[in-house]
Design a protein around this ligand. Sequence first.
Ligand SMILES: Nc1nc2c(ncn2[C@@H]2O[C@H](COP(=O)(O)OP(=O)(O)O)[C@@H](O)[C@H]2O)c(=O)[nH]1
Ligand SMILES: [Mg+2]
Length: 484
Amino acid sequence: MTVRLQRPLLIGGIGLTLGLWGLDSIAHSFSAVGDWLTVGTIAAGGGYWWYNQRGDRPQVPLAKVDINRATLDRVLSQVELVIGQLASESPNSGHELFRQQLIQAQTNLTRPERHIAITGGQKVGKSSLMKLLTTAPVPSATPLRYIDTPPLFTSGAQSDIATATAQQLALNADLVIFVTNGDLTATEYNYLSTLHQAHQRVLLLFNQVDRYLPEERSLILHKLQSVVTGSIASSDILTTSTAPVSIKVRKIQADGTALETLETPPVEIDMLDRQLTNILANEGEKLVWATTYRQVALVQTAAKTALNSARRDRALPLIDQNQWIVAAAAFANPVPALDLLATAAVNAQMVVDLGAIYQQKFSLEQAQTAAGAMGSVMLKLGLVEVCTQTVSGLLKTNAVTYVAGGLVQGLSAAYLTRIAGLTLIEYLEAQDLVAPEPARAWNLDSLGNTFQKVFQANQRVTYLQTVVKQGIDRLVPNGAEAGG
Ligand SMILES: Nc1nc2c(ncn2[C@@H]2O[C@H](COP(=O)(O)OP(=O)(O)O)[C@@H](O)[C@H]2O)c(=O)[nH]1
Ligand SMILES: [Mg+2]
């Protein structure tokens, strides 16, 4: 199998100076960055790390998938599968609760009334709108229930609770009326994006328009339309005036004297009424599918997390065991070359055993191919070099008086086996729940990305020190003494 990676982490030769640092300089360098031995720290020392800054690029918003009955049915059967798997693999991990939540979510489909949440910042007119809509109901074939949420974007002691409640109410509603009284703030915009990503249909209400001159109104309306292009259609952006305030009107009478009167502009809500009636008549069922979808997706995430955690409980001891077997072998028979170390770290049996936990059946031959590929990826990413160099550096700081031959290799093998095992877990977690037979081809790009992620997450110096310490105890119980 040939290994081709799009983003090698390592270019250039070996020049890592970490191993040469003394205890003081290590302590010194780390104090600046907490106890994370980050790639950045290594770059400062070695100077040959190149790192693709892909994460810094602006994220392209996900295209919104329209939720139809088929999409909903698909996610429902996926969740059933996860819950069934959880029940058989780990009967005490809450599968009954997830099943109940799933049934609960499906009751939306037969619910006669439609739920409409009215949300937005403080004092934008949510309650005034609620009052208008309940006293003069819009014509609708289905009964409507309006929910006035706590204000969003507040500060103060209760604001977190208010925000969380408002968000939950909005996500559980079939339709959201988001009220604003002018241009959108960045926070408002971000929140609207969140709703959009959650497949929530939103009517954007520009309320309190009586406070603006006609030209200001249309300016703001156009701004709103352009800023939410792509997520909210112009037909869903409406102007209202839910509780207009009286204004002084000055009229010059026939005799030349001025007469001042207080006049209240009319309530404006017709546009909203019409659009609401229209949506409920034509898209009522679709809205409810989306509500159900949102709730089912939450159950899916929770059930998958429970399943992953149950599987990890079985996988981690296996990695631990493997780690020390491989370490002992590398210690006893030091491997002279980095590629051999990489090969030793990922053994086929570990792939078979972890695969079994994740319901992916690998033959030994398939596992050997996979292990070989993983070893090559580790080499290409430069993980093996960094690891051996770091281990030698740490051995110095541990002031081991006698460094036995093979100790660096043994400890590196332990650490690399761990990284490989954890990578395999993450990789397998991302696969389909039950693999069709035979096992599919390995996605080396994705494997490489997972390696980088896992490697960076496990570079905590304290963690490495633990591996080194445990390794010394296991490999050379009498041969090494920690100096004072
Ligand atoms: N000028 C004007 N004021 C409004 C309008 N709607 C609400 N208000 C005023 O804004 C304040 C907050 O209204 P309220 O409905 O309680 O907003 P909520 O905090 O979002 O529930 C009140 O003083 C209302 O009278 C409107 O359309 N025009
Ligand atoms: Mg209110």
